[in-house]
Design a protein around this ligand. Structure first.
Ligand SMILES: Nc1ncnc2c1ncn2[C@@H]1O[C@H](COP(=O)(O)OP(=O)(O)O)[C@@H](O)[C@H]1O
Ligand SMILES: [Mg+2]
Length: 300
């Protein structure tokens, strides 16, 4: 079967301004794929082209084997979409709004809408305008999932969701992938996609700079380490530890970053009079540095 999403040389310029530049992306059927990058990287631009809400300046895209520019209607029937900014009618009740969307689509089981709302803890009786940002996000999610589409395209789905609802959303995504559907989502927050995605594409300044499994990404991402000793430590402790960057001593602290797993570093540090150790989970920036950061010679 053809991939769920395939792009070749996909490029969008806004006048002279960069949107995305020559993006080659392949998302397989049944996978959960995260498009990860900071604000302004080009995630929404990519997504809007896939849904034919924007036309590319160059390159091509195919979605579920179809051409978004020609096969819009049949594609929309098989795709669930959460826009970055869900457009809702403020003066409608949540239930009425969702019923309206369900009727537009046709063939949506109302019981499924209710079940989704319940899972996400969304009150169908409220008015849209009284909802918090997180609750509006839930309305958009119910709308995206209500017709059990073959492909879900979710633009920053977890933004504004509290941690409990985020977990329920994660479970929903995993179930969706299990029944064979594909989930393509964007995020600028690494920890949010960590528990969720099979593979991630890293987008930066309009370019897709890496595509990796989640394990592969973690194995390369930098972890920031802050080790406290009883007395000022010697950088030479790190001499034989691979993948160390930015090592420095400040008072009784030795601070550094390490690429991938921390086992070898921890063992080396423990040869000194180590008192305490903190390892920070990698941020998105640490992922980039994991791909691009150069190891420095240290501790002669
Ligand atoms: N309508 C537009 N007009 C001009 N520039 C735009 C427009 N939409 C997006 N851009 C630019 O395209 C780049 C990518 O934006 P976007 O796709 O929204 O990024 P992301 O969703 O990753 O935050 C940014 O530099 C942004 O300023
Ligand atoms: Mg965006």
């Amino acid at each position: 079967m053809e991939p769920a999403i395939l792009t070749r040389g996909l490029t969008k310029r806004y006048g002279k301004a960069r949107g995305i530049e020559s993006v080659d992306l392949e998302v397989r059927r049944g996978e959960v794929f995260g498009l990860l990058g900071p604000n302004g990287a080009g995630k929404t631009t990519t997504i809007r082209i896939l849904l034919d809400m924007l036309r590319p300046s160059a390159g091509e895209a195919s979605v579920l084997g179809l051409d978004p520019r020609r096969d819009g209607p049949s594609l929309r029937a098989r795709v669930g979409y959460l826009p970055g900014e869900p457009g809702l009618a403020e003066r409608m009740g949540v239930g009425d709004q969702l019923r309206y969307f369900a009727n537009l689509r046709g063939g949506v089981e109302w019981a499924r809408v209710e079940a989704l709302a319940q899972r996400l803890d969304l009150d169908l009786a409220r008015e849209v305008r009284a909802l918090s940002r997180g609750n509006k996000q839930k309305v958009g999610l119910v709308q995206a999932f209500m017709h059990e589409p073959d492909l879900l395209v979710l633009d920053e789905p977890t933004s504004g969701l509290d941690p409990l609802i985020q977990q329920r959303f994660n479970a929903l995504v995993r179930e969706t992938a299990k029944r064979g559907a594909t989930v393509f989502l964007s995020s600028h927050v690494l920890p949010e996609v960590e528990a969720l995605c099979d593979r991630v594409g890293i987008i930066r300044e309009g370019r897709l700079v890496a595509v990796e499994t989640m394990e592969g990404l973690k194995a390369r991402a930098l972890r920031r380490v802050d080790a406290r000793f009883a007395t000022p430590p010697d950088l030479a402790l790190l001499r034989d530890v691979p993948g160390v960057l930015e090592a420095r001593v400040e008072g009784n602290h030795l601070r550094c970053a390490v690429r991938g797993e921390t086992g070898a570093l921890v063992k080396a540090l423990a040869r000194g009079d180590l008192v305490d150790l903190r390892v920070r989970d990698p941020t998105l920036e640490d992922v980039f540095l994991g791909f691009y950061g150069e190891e420095e010679p240290h501790a002669a």
